[in-house]
Design a protein around this ligand. Structure first.
Ligand code: FPP
Length: 240
């Protein structure tokens, strides 16, 4: 095993979050419609969950559909909703078999009844699993998340502290992401986990999401393993 690979196993992120960008361009580069890229992107998402489970990553949060994605052409939105519902139905048995706990994070009120039912069913089926926690962020926005958490915190009557607010965030089931990956060449957060990513290590890949395979992930993990996380302290304080 090379030093780089060893570093990966020694310092594995507990929680990886991914902005899966580039499906449309991947399809267009092949002379196909954008939705063809989303289908390939779904396959890649499934593979990513399997790889993360095998590597021992405990939490994987995938940005599947942002609050702003409703502004896309209606046929693309409708395709994505159908793909999401079909995948939940087709994949949940396998996810369950693989001991994955599936959670959909985001404003579920925005979805139609059929999709909400498919989400509830998949979440209920996998609720007791203690392997990889797979959070699918759908109709999710970081600002929405902070607002809804703030509202719940106020309703709860608890003291307004960072810790208390964190508990009400949509990712309240997970520690903050250690590593935030964005594929597709753009370098921005796009209203993803705004609060939770305060100290995440950022990794940007030029690979379009359907091309981001396990080898690309391992490069990201090797890069992460070499970083020094300081959380605002000096390098000397961290290394002691
Ligand atoms: C970004 O690519 C991708 C999306 C907005 C949708 C992501 C959806 C999937 C990967 C499939 C569904 C997955 C799950 C887990 C439900 P883009 O269309 O913005 O690409 P572009 O930047 O090339 O246009």
């Amino acid at each position: 095993m090379s030093d780089k690979q060893k570093a990966t196993t020694d310092k594995l992120p507990q929680h990886i979050a991914i902005i899966m960008d580039g499906n449309g361009r991947w399809a267009q580069a092949r002379g196909k419609k954008r939705v063809f890229g989303h289908k390939a992107g779904m396959e890649r998402a499934r593979e990513m969950a399997e790889t993360c489970g095998e590597l021992g990553v405990q939490y994987l949060t995938l940005f599947a559909f942002s609050s702003e994605n409703w502004n896309r052409p209606p046929e693309e939105v409708s395709f994505l909703m159908d793909l999401f519902a079909t995948s939940l139905k087709n994949e949940s048995k396998k996810l369950n078999k693989n001991n994955v706990q599936l959670k959909v994070i985001g404003d579920k009120d925005g979805f139609d009844k059929g999709l909400r039912k498919a989400i509830d069913k998949a979440e209920a089926l996998t609720a007791d699993n203690d392997g990889l926690v797979l959070n699918i962020a759908a109709n999710y926005g970081g600002r929405w998340d902070i607002l809804q958490a703030g509202q719940k915190l106020i309703n709860s009557g608890q003291e307004v502290t960072e810790d208390n607010l964190s508990k009400f965030l949509a990712t309240g089931n997970a520690p903050e992401p250690d590593l935030l990956i964005r594929t597709g060449g753009e370098k921005r957060i796009s209203n993803f986990l705004l609060w939770q990513a305060a100290y995440s290590e950022l990794y940007f890949s030029d690979a379009l999401w359907p091309d981001f395979d396990s080898e690309h992930l391992k490069l990201a993990l090797a890069d992460y393993a070499q970083r020094q996380r300081r959380f605002g302290k000096t390098g000397e304080q961290v290394t002691g």
